[in-house]
Design a protein around this ligand. Structure first.
Ligand code: UD1
Ligand code: CA
Length: 478
């Protein structure tokens, strides 16, 4: 099976420096949505390929396709359509690949700017194709207002005889409400033969891909339609208003799927979850929460409100409130926030508590340890049952290099301490509040590293009286 994705349009109405298909829908390029829906079809078949037809000079698209191909272990070939001479011409640009295909191989043609096409629908096209022993399938939809689209002309037996573009249609054809979605599945041999016969003798002087239908009919081939009643699935994106409308719909679908699978989403209109995220049963997602990237969330968590999570692995029974997490792994029964910031390579083991205004980076925290207030923990390894007092800072950076801090099990770090790395704090150590620790502390020791306290009898009151007198003098009262 072969997938050809048309993406040569620059998308001028996007008013952008970026190729249209690289604009993002829930953080993934439009093109990724399309190839992902096709990829899921490929799983069951082998030796499949994807061809993407782009205009000249779209390095951003090419880089993305290369990355996607590597990530998904699939072959993606890029073809160039230097001049936009029509959809038929665009497919023709992929002929070198088509000609290598087996004659009976089937070819899907999709559009790079129609992101919500569902794998199920592509599968349905394939099923009908096989069942009806067809040579081609056109995905169609019935539109109340079909203007602008190609109309589906059918024969008495229900097969499609031709597709007539709006600009070429006569009055009777214009009344037809069944339109061409622009997505097809065609037998390779028939596609190649038809492409070679295309001409641009029409209202727009373009090589219409749609003409392959009448050409196949001329050869006695069978073209059927598969209808979808989901308009979004065939909706292309031409401007940023449509992008936002499709994004809202994409989001609604993802949230609905999660809810149907047992996730509570308190306010789905204000919850933003990427397609690649998975969330387990009985987890509750509170409003204004954004979950992105390849995030996996287990069961029975409470996430949000107002939480942003990106590329994180989160276990079960955690509470994460008003916080910002990226590249973090959290085991079970952990409490985070409000107002925590957990950055790349943070690992929180079970039972950990991270409170407000705590930032972590490259830090592993052992079971049941706590850092509940106002801390920075960077390049740090913390054991089990450690208490990191309010205001503790690991000074990991000397202006040139990063250094590590180790804090062993059951250590107690008094509030407002600075641990100047590299430094090791042993088991059961107590660090006095306000300490600046620059040397290692052995197991069981108490370390206090601050100015010794001195109390002067009655001097407080005396000082106050003196200061009061001086002020009155200044104001001219004595
Ligand atoms: C096409 C169909 C029309 C259908 C409509 C659905 C033709 C002749 N008509 O219309 O029947 O109802 O889609 O949206 O095919 N593209 C290229 N190179 C080109 C022209 C187009 O790569 O030279 C790509 C576009 O980037 C887009 C896709 O093909 O992804 C469809 O192009 P578009 O201009 O939107 O389609 P229409 O010709 O309007
Ligand atoms: Ca169009």
């Amino acid at each position: 099976m072969l997938g050809i994705i048309l993406a040569a349009g620059m998308g001028t109405r996007m008013k952008s420096e970026k190729p249209k298909v690289m604009h993002k829908l829930l953080n993934h390029p439009l093109l990724e949505w399309v190839i992902d829906s096709f990829k899921d079809l490929m799983k069951e078949e082998q030796c499949d390929k994807i061809a993407v037809v782009i205009g000249e000079k779209m390095p951003e698209v090419e880089d993305f396709l290369q990355e996607w191909g590597t990530r998904n272990d699939k072959i993606v070939e890029t073809f160039y359509q230097k001049e936009r001479l029509g959809t038929g011409h665009a497919v023709k640009c992929a002929l070198p690949l088509l000609e290598k295909e087996d004659a009976d191989e089937s070819v899907f043609i999709l559009c790079g700017d129609v992101p919500l096409i569902k794998t199920e629908t592509l599968k349905r096209m394939e099923k009908e194709f096989l069942k009806e022993k067809a040579d081609g399938v056109v995905l169609t939809v019935n539109m109340d207002d079909p203007s602008g689209y190609g109309r589906i002309i059918k024969k008495a037996d229900g097969m499609i005889s031709e597709i007539v573009e709006h600009k070429d249609a006569d009055a009777a054809q214009l009344k037809i409400k069944e339109i061409n979605s622009g997505m097809y599945m065609i037998k390779s041999k028939e596609l190649v033969e038809s492409l070679n016969e295309l001409n641009n003798d029409n209202a727009q002087n373009e090589y219409y891909l749609t003409d392959i239908v009448s050409l196949m009919n001329n050869r006695g081939k069978k073209v059927i339609s598969v209808v979808t009643d989901d308009h979004y699935e065939v909706s292309g994106i031409n401007n940023r208003v449509q992008l936002s409308q499709i994004e809202r719909e994409a989001r609604r679908r993802i949230n609905e799927r999660l809810m149907m699978n047992g996730v509570t989403i308190t306010d789905p209109d204000n919850t933003y979850i990427d397609p690649a995220c998975s969330i387990g049963r009985d987890s509750i997602i509170e409003p204004m929460t954004v979950i992105r990237g390849r995030t996996v969330i287990g069961i029975n968590n409470i996430i949000g409100p107002m939480t942003q999570i990106e590329d994180c692995m989160i276990g079960n029974d955690n509470v994460i409130e008003r916080s910002h997490l990226s590249g973090t792994e959290i085991k079970d029964n952990v409490k985070v926030g409000p107002f925590a910031r957990l950055r790349e390579n943070t690992i929180l083991n079970s039972g950990v508590k991270i409170g407000d205004f705590v930032e972590t980076k490259k830090t592993v925290i052992g079971e049941r340890s706590k850092a509940q207030h106002l801390s920075y923990l960077g390049d740090t390894v913390i054991g089990e049952d450690v208490n990191v007092g309010a205001g503790t800072i690991t000074c990991n950076y000397d202006g040139f290099n990063k250094h590590k801090t180790f804090i062993d099990d059951k250590a107690f770090i008094g509030s407002n301490s600075s641990l100047v790395a590299p430094v090791k704090i042993g088991k059961d150590v107590i660090i006095g509040a306000g300490s600046v620790i620059v040397k290692d502390v052995e197991d069981d020791d108490l370390s206090i590293a601050r100015g010794r306290q001195v109390n002067f009898e009655h001097r407080g009151k005396e000082l106050k009286n003196r200061l009061k007198k001086e002020r009155l003098k200044g104001e001219g009262e004595i």
